[in-house]
Design a protein around this ligand. Structure first.
Ligand code: 5GP
Length: 234
């Protein structure tokens, strides 16, 4: 077992090899609605680790700086230690989920432009949306950091859309987290079906965590499908 520093909803963070790294282990736990719905899905950790590692390697190859240093085993990676910026960055290509509910836009509606949202990363407050002047006012991030995160989020969106398109998958929306490490801002956390909405390009079948949130059944079948298709195009 590793030397646990922190246990989150879907990952365990342990001491790394040295002071500048952490070991992050993906868990099988699935949660939704701020932890109100919870289940153990055997094999989810392995699937999310594989999907996120493949995506982070692809992003690195395309010039995105991430926390990923090395894959240790099928559920664990070594990552750069970073001070997490407590702002979640959400990118939306198609209306769904919280956006559809909040603004009364039917799920699946095309959007005239890409939507970028910021949310305060706080389980206690339910991750409320927060605007740029509010973020800088309370010192969560500087203007420069916000501009950088927004630019990276749009670049990552373009890269991921192209990757998923080759895999026959529509990238509907996703969430990113960034951190400060060694004087720069880097992409942290994970990109997986837990943090993205992914629909089959032909049938619009959901292949992501909405299967768990909405009791659509066979949650991990969707995740396995995503991994198999990504492996085919990488
Ligand atoms: P929504 O705001 O519609 O609930 O979420 C938008 C996108 O961001 C979805 O792909 C959703 O999975 C992701 N997302 C938003 N908040 C969180 C969060 O706290 N954790 C995870 N894993 N994903 C999130």
């Amino acid at each position: 077992m590793c030397n646990i520093l922190y246990e989150g909803k879907s990952k365990i963070v342990c001491k790394g090899r040295d002071e500048s790294t952490l070991l992050i282990r993906y868990k099988d736990t699935a949660t939704a609605f701020n932890g109100e719905k919870k289940a153990e899905l055997s094999g989810k950790g392995v699937l999310n680790a594989a999907i996120s590692n493949l995506i982070y390697a692809y992003l690195e190859e395309n010039g995105v700086k991430t926390h990923l240093v090395e894959v240790v085993d099928d559920t664990s990676v070594i990552a750069k230690k970073a001070e997490i910026i407590m702002v979640e960055v959400i990118v939306r290509n198609v209306a769904a989920g919280g956006f559809s509910k909040k603004y009364g836009v039917p799920e699946g509606s095309e959007l005239k432009n890409i939507v970028l949202e910021f949310c305060l990363k706080s389980d206690d407050l339910g991750d409320p949306m927060i605007n740029e002047s509010q973020i800088t006012a309370i010192g969560l991030a500087t203007d420069e950091e916000l501009g950088y995160m927004a630019g990276q989020a749009l670049k990552i969106n373009e890269l991921l859309r192209s990757l998923f398109e080759k895999a026959g998958i529509r990238l509907i929306d996703f969430k990113l987290e960034f951190g400060r490490s060694g004087g720069e801002v880097i992409l942290c956390d994970e990109i997986s079906p837990d943090s993205c909405r992914l629909w089959d390009a032909e049938t619009n079948k959901k292949l992501d965590k909405d299967r768990f949130r909405r009791d659509l059944g066979d949650v991990l079948d969707g995740y396995r499908d995503v991994l198999a298709r990504l492996k085919n195009v990488r």
